[in-house]
Design a binder for this molecule. Structure first.
Ligand SMILES: [Zn+2]
Length: 287
């Protein structure tokens, strides 16, 4: 009798483990991290494991990704400690609608009065305070002030980021590109939205997480592979070697984030993982 009851007890816990991002949360996501200068006018203001970037100008600033709600006070403190006023953040952009990157939006917008711009496909999730692709406790909803289209450049003074839509991880996953001056030299950068195929994503068949997701991953890879980046950034510090590069900056090496091999190396691994996921679900590898 007891044995028959067992699956009833175990199964919900197992499902919760798969579907709850909290189960996957790393302690590094909320571990404080001293802000670091990436380029002459660009700073890392996130936690050890979740990226938040500040693109500054004399006319105001752009912040990318507020990360989780509990990190927002630390982000604001980092902005202040760099000598900037959070109230001068005019625009907030995001990489994608998962709580670890957008959970702090409502708090950050309230603290700064900034405008929020999000891709059309991810905007409904942000406005509902829900995660694309899995059930979670959600996060505080935020009002999207304007949509961002593929190829659109968002500007505040001299700070400028151009949207490169790279759907797959979410339907509106947005990478950003542009140039940043590093030690006086103009350098192309790419800030990659995640290309991770979550275990719970169903890429094929009638139950696909969203129609076209499997092919979107391939197309997004190809798009990113065509870009050159002297500076490679992404929304998790571990993706682009944040810790090591930050240490070198702190040791006085102003160009530590100049790493032309970073993006290609990341994409080789991403392609391998995406192909493995596709093949594992009965699809061909990306062409
Ligand atoms: Zn995500």
């Amino acid at each position: 009798m007891h044995r028959r009851a067992l699956p009833v007890v175990v199964l919900p816990a197992f499902v919760a483990l798969l579907s709850s991002p909290a189960a996957a949360q790393s302690p590094s996501w909320t571990e404080p991290f001293d802000p670091v200068r990436i380029a002459d006018d660009v700073y890392y203001v996130g936690s050890a494991g979740l990226s938040s970037f500040l693109f500054t100008s004399s006319d105001g600033h752009i912040l990318v990704d507020p990360t989780v709600d509990e990190n927002v006070p630390g982000i604001l403190e980092s902005v202040r400690s760099l000598g900037f006023d959070p109230a001068d953040i005019r625009v907030v952009l995001v990489t994608h609608a998962h709580w670890d990157h957008v959970g702090g939006l409502a708090s950050l917008l309230a603290a700064t009065g900034a405008e929020l711009r999000v891709s059309e496909a991810d905007a409904p999730f942000v406005e509902a305070g829900t995660d694309f692709g899995f059930a979670s406790d959600g996060y505080a909803a935020a009002t999207v002030d304007a949509l961002v289209a593929d190829g659109e450049t968002v500007r505040v003074g001299d700070a400028a980021l151009t949207a490169v839509l790279t759907p797959g991880h979410t339907p509106g996953c947005t990478s950003w590109r542009g140039t940043m001056r590093v030690a006086g030299v103009e350098r192309p950068f790419v800030l990659v939205c995640s290309l991770s195929v979550l275990d719970l994503y169903d890429l094929a068949g009638d139950d696909a997480t969203y129609a076209g997701q499997a092919d979107d991953f391939c197309r997004s890879l190809t798009r990113l592979e065509a870009l050159e980046a002297d500076v490679f950034l992404s929304n998790h510090g571990g993706f682009f070697g944040l810790a090591g590069k930050a240490e070198r900056v702190r040791a006085g090496e102003a160009e530590a984030f100049v790493d032309p091999e970073g993006l290609p190396a990341f994409l080789v691994n991403a392609r391998r993982a995406i192909d493995e996921a596709r093949v594992g679900q009965g699809l061909a590898a990306c062409g």
